[in-house]
Design a protein around this ligand. Structure first.
Ligand SMILES: [Zn+2]
Length: 252
């Protein structure tokens, strides 16, 4: 899907996760590669259909496998934060081996940075900002002149968020920071593109959810009772129940 003349968002076949690519006169910047080798190839095909320029750089916004397991489809250098690369090296090889036992090892980022960097490519400036909350070391990608922000998984648009590696207070703080940016187009890691209100909506949701979770844990109710209440109040899908149970336990 084309967001602007030079910014595109692509989902995997089941529309579970998003990648973004940005075209320039000198080449294309790819952000995230989705959840498997086939997804990486699908993304590559979308890019080839739009531009004949080479892929200049691939960015991994954070270490989660649904954003990195398509890496093998891209021969360009791959960049991430230092923390993201470290977590990929620690946590992903065993999962990769299960998913793609006959394949070469998962390509890890070749270039790493800490904090903040800018890519100046032809006519464009693309900023990569390390900003935590959803996962340690995660980054958002901002194109100031287009007022486009790829929030990656700091925003789950219309989806129940994955919080298994999250620091909720930091996540809320990060969204507050992003609310200060000039943004017209929010491209989320999961769900449909939206306007800047998607950042505020996600922050308010996390504040409600986090407040209720902490309040219930402080009330000393049983874990299963808390889980039941949260499931009903926040319409939590079945496949997230175990994640919430762990969040309750870790708060005790
Ligand atoms: Zn994620």
């Amino acid at each position: 899907m084309q967001v602007l003349q030079d910014v595109y968002i692509v989902s995997d076949a089941k529309e579970t996760v998003n990648s973004v690519f940005i075209t320039t006169e000198r080449g294309t910047i790819v952000v995230d590669t989705m959840r498997g080798p086939g997804d990486g190839e699908l993304l590559q095909a979308h890019i080839s259909a739009r531009t004949a320029k080479p892929i200049y750089l691939t960015i991994n916004s954070h270490h989660h496998p649904d954003h990195t397991f398509g890496n093998a489809a891209f021969s360009s250098p791959i960049i991430s934060s230092t923390t993201t690369r470290k977590l990929m090296a620690q946590e992903l090889p065993a999962m990769w081996e299960k998913l793609a036992p006959s394949k070469a090892p998962l390509p890890l980022p070749n270039l790493t940075f800490d904090g903040h960097m800018r890519i100046h490519l032809a006519e464009k400036t693309v900023e990569i900002r390390e900003i935590g909350g959803h996962a340690p070391g995660m980054c958002v990608i901002y194109i100031p002149e287009r007022e486009v922000l790829f929030t990656s998984d700091l925003v789950f648009q219309g989806r129940f968020p994955f919080m298994g590696d999250a620091d909720l207070d930091q996540w809320i703080e990060s969204l507050r920071t992003l609310e200060q940016l000039a943004v017209k187009h929010v491209l989320p890691g999961h769900g449909k593109p939206a306007g800047p209100e998607a950042i505020t909506d996600q922050r308010e949701w996390l504040e409600n959810f986090g407040g209720r979770l902490k309040g219930l844990v402080a009330s000393a109710a049983e874990t299963e009772g808390i889980l039941d209440l949260l499931i009903h109040e926040f319409d939590i899908p079945d496949f997230r129940h175990e994640m919430i149970r762990k969040m309750i336990t870790s708060l005790r």
